[in-house]
Design a binder for this molecule. Structure first.
Ligand code: ZN
Length: 159
């Protein structure tokens, strides 16, 4: 577990391990980033695909923080470390606000080939589970407790 989530040292160490675990996740081309074609999805794909995951600037993350549901499974896997990092470093962001809802498959969205959670490697699953355990243990998310217990069950089962 991330021992003290608000401690900068532990967060920096975790973020480092997070990117190392995801080092093998393939980068996506622009057209593969979002499966749906509309103005919003096209803009998200254009903005995100300009950057390697770790290099997406903070001002873009502020704008794109709630775009996780729009990403293709491959783009979701590739960019998730940046969204997790942004939650840890920018707790007042929209990324943080929607993260709990994007940490387990959604019945409407994650169906068949569109399942954003089907492609994670063992190392990736382990490091995401650390993040999930930290959130499930935090009093900050008391109102999401029941939901986070399900998320925790998902990643524990998947790991
Ligand atoms: Zn769309």
């Amino acid at each position: 577990m991330i021992a003290r989530p608000r401690s900068e040292v532990d967060v920096a160490d975790y973020i480092d391990r997070l990117y190392r675990a995801f080092a093998e996740a393939p980068r996506r081309d622009r057209d593969e980033s979002t499966p749906h074609r509309c103005c919003e999805c096209d803009e998200v794909a254009a903005r995100l695909s300009r950057y390697a995951a770790r290099d997406v600037p903070d001002d873009e993350m502020l704008r794109l923080g709630d775009s996780l549901p729009l990403l293709s499974p491959k783009a979701f896997r590739y960019y998730l470390p940046r969204f997790i990092e942004f939650c840890l470093t920018t707790p007042e962001s929209s990324a943080e606000a929607v993260m709990n809802c994007n940490l387990a498959p959604s019945g409407d969205l994650d169906v068949g080939e569109r399942n954003r959670f089907a492609q994670f490697s063992e190392a990736e699953r382990r490091v995401v589970l650390e993040f999930v355990e930290c959130r499930a243990a935090s009093p900050d998310y008391e109102s999401d407790r029941k939901f986070l217990d399900e998320v925790l069950g998902f990643w524990r089962g998947a790991s």
